[in-house]
Design a protein around this ligand. Sequence first.
Ligand SMILES: [Zn+2]
Length: 170
Amino acid sequence: MAVKKIVQIGDGVLRQKAKPVSLKNKVAIKKLLKDLTDSLHAAPLVGIAAPQIGLGLQVFLSEIRKTKLRDAKQVDSLRVFINPKIVNYSNKQTILVEGCGSLCHASIFGPVKRPSEVEVLALDENLKPFHLKANGLLAKIIQHEYDHLQGVVILDKFTDTRKCWVRSAK
Ligand SMILES: [Zn+2]
């Protein structure tokens, strides 16, 4: 188990464009996915991108666990996206209040407007290509994590910073 520190804004790695993952070294990919998964669970977050553990590589994970506030319909098990490409966005956009593990350890939240559906092409944990059409919370997570691979964070995207709020420390 290797829980990595979640890199916080101000660190240059969050502002770089991530590079494609080389598919030659399967052992290195396995380790990277394990570190990302462990860090995702420790945080705990609904998504994590490699730059958030200090690695400028095009890979992110999503996982929507059941919580007191989240209904069972939204639950979605762990997904791996290696070298992803969002190939289609819906015209319809919706606003969701988002937080980010790299923005004060997911303690600041604010409204972000994004397309409500996306289509993504990527490789899974076995390096098998897949095509996924996503909507709801998953579509938002995919776009949020994909932004991390472009060097974009939600701070750049809040539609109205007057509507941001802070969760007090646990
Ligand atoms: Zn984030």
